[in-house]
Design a protein around this ligand. Structure first.
Ligand SMILES: [Zn+2]
Length: 332
């Protein structure tokens, strides 16, 4: 069993673990997940702060004003967990994470993602003491939010293509064995798609187990190459352009939809798999002109932000490509 797996407690009432935390406890959460856990546990921390955004300047000054705590507990989705990771890392406090949805891999990855001028940046690493996966709470969340989590795994599909492309065209180190093992995650999702769609305990477990496997593979390799490719660049560019918050999994799904087409990489299979898992790659409230701008300006955005080498560097995105994407998005 991996080091990370040993720290994950899962079941129907693992929330009770929170009562065993000695000393002063800071909770980082949002209103909805915090209210969501109230029906399962009667427990008060010493202080609660509400996570809103991850812009570095804002969270830096917020962290400085906080006292020291014996424990930092993140309860919620990606933003709550990322902010809790950031505060615990800065304060050098032990961390507990309680993902209330499995919508992103953030609670399971050691890297701390913040935003600087709306562009993602990784500032450090932290490994939580415990990750509490309470099935009751996760099942209470809207199904779509949980299904979206599989996008951070299906990203392996486009990321592996990009990685190989970078090895061939940009002299990047490539590890055949890690790539093969990452690919196995996709095969597992293919097998479990129905459970994932229905958010059954087996479906939730599949996502959690595969997040752990993915984190381990990225650890062995040294960075997120096996799971983060051009589909994430698309997601980051949408955030940057629109300055709005979207569900990360939706944006990554949209990125997979577009980039698998640019790569000409098993388009039907991956699109079908996203459909079977219930990923909404057709992102709500993302306008047609925003889709065009995202794709047409992708290379420039990548160059300006210094993000990694991918299909974006070897294939041109022109107006015909964008028009084709718009047509296909409409057909689904
Ligand atoms: Zn992601």
């Amino acid at each position: 069993m991996s080091e990370l797996m040993k720290r994950i407690l899962r079941g129907e009432n693992v929330l009770e673990e929170l009562k065993n935390l000695d000393g002063k406890v800071l909770v980082v959460s949002m209103k909805v997940p915090w209210e969501g856990i109230q029906k399962y546990i009667f427990w008060e921390p010493d202080e609660i702060i509400w996570a809103q955004e991850m812009e570095l300047e804002i969270i830096e000054s917020m962290e400085k004003e906080l006292a020291n705590f014996d424990w930092v507990v993140g309860i919620g989705g990606g933003v709550s967990c990322d902010l809790a990771k950031y505060i615990a890392w800065k304060k050098d406090s032990p961390l507990v994470l309680v993902p209330t949805i499995v919508s992103v891999d953030a609670p399971f990855t050691p890297s701390i993602a913040v935003r600087e001028n709306n562009v993602v940046r990784y500032v450090g690493n932290i490994i939580p003491e415990k990750i509490l996966v309470d099935y009751r709470i996760i099942r209470d969340a809207p199904k779509h939010l949980n299904r979206a989590g599989v996008a951070d795994l299906l990203s392996i599909h486009t990321a592996l293509w990009d990685w190989k492309c970078s090895a061939e065209n940009n002299n990047e180190k490539y590890d055949e064995k890690i790539a093969r093992e990452a690919k196995e995650c996709l095969i597992e999702i293919d097998k479990m798609a129905e459970e994932i769609f229905n958010v059954t305990p087996r479906g939730i477990d599949t996502i959690v187990n595969l997040y752990c496997k993915e984190v381990e593979l990225c650890n062995i390799f040294g960075n997120a190459r096996p799971e983060e490719g051009s589909e994430h660049i698309v997601a980051y560019h949408v955030e940057y352009l629109t300055k709005r918050q979207f569900l990360h999994g939706d944006l990554v799904g949209f990125g997979i939809f577009c980039m698998s087409r640019l790569q000409e990489n098993e388009i039907e299979w991956i699109t079908g798999l996203m459909n079977r898992c219930g990923i909404k790659y057709k992102v709500d409230h993302l306008m047609i002109d925003e889709i065009s701008q995202t794709l047409l300006g992708l290379k420039r955005f990548k160059d300006e932000t210094g993000l990694f080498f991918s299909v974006i560097d070897v294939k041109e995105i022109n107006k015909e490509f964008v028009d084709q994407i718009l047509i296909e998005l409409n057909q689904t």
